[in-house]
Design a protein around this ligand. Structure first.
Ligand code: FEO
Length: 395
């Protein structure tokens, strides 16, 4: 699939509809695209490559654009192998090609691929004239790795943004934002961001601020659609995620072995809906991948975790989620928890300790039932919790 995005700028990326788990971790129900771009000018310039197993289509796309012309430069905005692992094959096909990267890129080029020659090092803000166009290079460390940078075409306001503004989902319906189902792309952007980049909110915000003075007509990310008609939407949305800002809503995520913790979860879910809380979603962590729960945690301002006590600890599926949440240093949450135990309760105590470490706003009552909790008025406690959550999030 190639397409001219604007005069002499071509999409030469590929769709991956076969991979099951991105990074061998994150499900891909809608696939993923590895985006690469080719600028035709006095000097032809490729921006990024694609993941190695998919590079046949990529090289075919390039050929379709430039036939037997040479490629003079390849800009490596990001070294993660989903974008860099075709570099050796690229060099084989275009032996004179110069690789453009920054100091940190150079170290990684050697470490990943043993590439040490034909490299042009660029510094923050440096420019390169490629004919009619001028490229400028902007270092944006930790969006998502330390070497990440963005490349900008000064004359046309085209930003090649690396992973930033990217989303899961292959580009089946076309490569531009106007071709996309924005609701689905937004969901898959939440998932890409929360799963992959979520730890680096600070650097993402800094990068957006750093580039805010540049007029931008196109944002060409390494994943997902090219943003042109909806640039202000995507920038605003991305900033919101970077700042851990979320909308009213409650995520109930729980584990349950024999249905007792699930019963409390259902009561809380009903109580929140009855009380008129917007966007109440519930996940049984034995049924759903944490990827989707992280998406919802980034979307909504309240998290309620439920866990049985298991070997005197938090149930493993719930504990695993807490590790992922802590790893992303998620801020600004209203929190509560619930649980069950058979002879000695530990889960609720440990979940509270986790929420205190995260410096979240903890709301009570926290329902912890012994065995089936037959003598506990779970419904009434759930209603009380729902009322208190509303007070906490609407104040
Ligand atoms: Fe899509 Fe951080 O690589």
């Amino acid at each position: 699939m190639i397409k001219e995005i604007t005069h002499n700028l071509y999409y030469v990326g590929v769709n991956d509809n076969s991979k099951v788990l991105f990074e061998r971790l994150w499900p891909l129900p809608y696939g993923v695209s590895y985006n690469a771009y080719l600028i035709k000018d006095k000097h032809n310039v490729l921006i990024d490559t694609v993941e190695y197993p998919f590079n046949k289509n990529f090289f075919d796309n390039i050929k379709e654009v430039i036939a037997d012309e040479n490629i003079d430069y390849v800009v490596v905005n990001h070294m993660e192998p989903d974008h860099s692992s075709s570099l050796l094959q690229l060099i084989e096909k275009y032996p004179d090609i110069k690789i453009i990267g920054n100091k940190k890129t150079i170290d990684m080029l050697n470490g990943f691929y043993g590439i040490t020659t034909n490299i042009l090092e660029v510094k923050d803000g440096e420019t390169l004239q490629i004919g009619e166009r001028t490229l400028s290079f902007h270092l944006t460390p930790m969006v998502h790795w330390p070497e990440t940078m963005m490349t900008y075409v000064n004359e046309e306001g085209i930003l090649f943004s690396g992973d930033a503004f990217g989303a899961f989902g292959s580009l089946k319906n076309g490569i531009m934002d106007v071709d996309a189902n924005i609701e689905l792309v937004t969901d898959e952007m939440y998932r890409y961001y929360s799963n992959i980049v979520g730890k680096y909110g600070g650097p993402v915000e800094k990068a957006i601020e750093k580039l805010s003075s540049l007029p931008i007509n196109y944002i060409c990310s390494t994943h997902g659609p090219i943003w042109h008609e909806k640039i202000s939407y995507v920038v605003e949305h991305y900033l919101k995620m970077a700042r851990y800002q979320s909308e009213e809503g409650v995520v109930i995520a729980y584990g349950s072995m024999y249905g007792h913790t699930a019963d409390v979860a259902k009561n809380i879910y009903d109580a929140l809906n009855d009380a008129g809380v917007k966007n109440v979603v519930m996940h049984d962590l034995s049924d759903v991948d944490a990827s989707f729960v992280l998406r919802d945690v980034f979307k909504y301002n309240t998290l309620i975790l439920g866990s049985p006590t298991y070997n005197s600890e938090i149930f493993p599926k719930v504990a695993d989620l807490t590790v992922k949440l802590e790893g992303r240093m998620i801020k600004n949450k209203t929190f509560s928890c619930f649980g069950s135990y058979s002879w000695a309760g530990q889960a609720v105590k440990r979940l509270n300790a986790f929420a205190e470490r995260m410096e979240w706003n903890i709301v009570e009552p926290q329902i912890e039932i012994k065995q089936a909790g037959l003598n506990v008025n779970i419904k009434a406690l759930s209603q009380q919790l729902a009322e208190n959550i509303i007070k906490a999030i609407r104040n």
